[in-house]
Design a protein around this ligand. Structure first.
Ligand SMILES: [Zn+2]
Length: 144
């Protein structure tokens, strides 16, 4: 799993930032299509099974497939999975070694500092996702 250099920054437009690293597992289009169609199938199956359960059949018959389609369509925006992040908190200057943040969608993923509770945006550069796949669009101030 490749390790890429990232910037850890606070959500404030003029907030401080600090360097860090994160381990990225890039997801291919085939992965995203598999996850998306799997979510749709599971949603439809959950809706079909809920027909047999009294009380649940009123809501989950339509909610299961709806959630499945929503998750399936949003899986197309999932570009990578970040498993481990290290660096320094820009708010309290403590060294961080955190699992996650997990899924990387179109924007910079966020985490909470366990020491001070500040929200940290993890700006991942576009090169981390290769030339063929679109990477996440990070805030301009977060990654020049
Ligand atoms: Zn902190």
């Amino acid at each position: 799993m490749p390790t890429v250099h990232v910037k850890l920054c606070t959500p404030a437009p003029t907030g401080p930032s600090a360097p860090g690293t994160t381990e990225i597992r890039r997801l291919t289009r085939r992965h995203r299509a598999l996850v998306g169609s799997g979510a749709i199938v599971l949603g439809v199956l959950a809706g079909a099974v809920s027909v047999l359960t009294p009380g649940m059949h009123l809501v989950f018959v339509w909610l299961g497939p709806l959630l499945g389609v929503g998750l399936g369509l949003s899986a197309n925006r999932l570009t990578a999975w970040a498993t481990h992040t290290e660096g320094t908190c820009p708010a309290c200057s403590e060294a961080l070694s955190l699992p996650g943040p997990g899924p990387v969608w179109d924007s910079a993923p966020s985490m909470r500092c366990p020491e001070c509770g500040a929200t940290l945006l993890i700006a991942i550069p576009r090169y981390a996702f290769g030339d063929r796949e679109p990477g996440p669009t990070t805030k301009e101030r977060a990654w020049p």
